[in-house]
Design a binder for this molecule. Structure first.
Ligand code: VGL
Ligand code: ZN
Length: 222
């Protein structure tokens, strides 16, 4: 288990300025750094993930009947389809990353020729899914994931997580990676948060508290 993986989370048009519906400030600016990481010989396995929602996905404010629901601002109570006694509060978003739409493509500047595998997530309309480790029934967590198996079969012991967004899918993916037993790093100049400032600081403190290590790209690129 001495192999090293780079996990590139959701580098898609909808998460990037200038046209993304859920554009993360500075989201596009991290692509050159991610491409430098992709070119580095230090990574044995390189995976990119895509948020890949059906048009009727539960995370879109537009799909909730309450007319007061606003993207970014509102939260909704969502029932776990596998355990109706269990429900959770989830933040509502603009319509984003709908399957086979231009907003769902990986940004063309990303050097995907160096990516070994692309994993799609968020296909089940009934569940929000931030973690790339999750299968569609993950949130709340009730099942194992395809990414985990792929990384374990590849002999990976250490993962570096980059991409968008630091306080949502990057965080959830890193937290799950740690739970799965991988030594987990975040390359902090290769990720951006939906809520910079306090959102970033809180997410970083939470992750560091769990044992996720924050580093800068120059610290690992030779
Ligand atoms: C994400 C919000 C909604 C992410 C995905 O990739 O961080 N954020 N869907
Ligand atoms: Zn999403």
């Amino acid at each position: 288990m001495d192999k090293v993986a780079l996990i590139i989370v959701d580098m898609q048009e909808d998460f990037c300025p200038p046209n993304g519906s859920l554009a993360v400030t500075g989201g596009r600016e991290i692509v050159p750094t991610i491409n430098r990481l992709l070119a580095s010989p230090m990574f044995d396995v390189k995976v990119a993930t895509k948020d890949w929602h059906p048009a009727d996905h539960i995370s879109f404010a537009a799909n909730h009947p309450d007319p007061n629901n606003r993207p970014f601002e509102s939260f909704a109570k969502v029932v776990n389809p596998h355990n109706p006694a269990e429900s959770y509060e989830t933040r509502l978003w603009p319509i984003h990353c709908v399957q086979d739409t231009p907003g769902a493509i990986l940004v063309p500047e990303l050097d995907i020729s160096k990516v070994d595998r692309v994993i799609e997530k968020g296909q089940d309309k009934r569940v929000e899914m931030y973690s790339a480790f999750a299968d569609p029934f993950e949130n709340p967590r009730v099942a194992e994931s395809a990414l985990r198996g792929y990384l374990k079969e590849s002999g990976v012991g250490k993962v570096y997580v980059v991409g968008l967004a630091m306080d949502y899918c990057v965080k959830a993916t890193a937290v799950d990676a740690l739970k799965e037993g991988f030594k987990t790093y975040i390359v902090e100049d290769a990720t951006k948060a939906v809520d910079p400032g306090e959102g970033w600081r809180n997410a970083k403190a939470e992750m560091e508290g769990k044992g996720i290590i924050f580093i800068e790209a120059q610290g690992i690129l030779t």
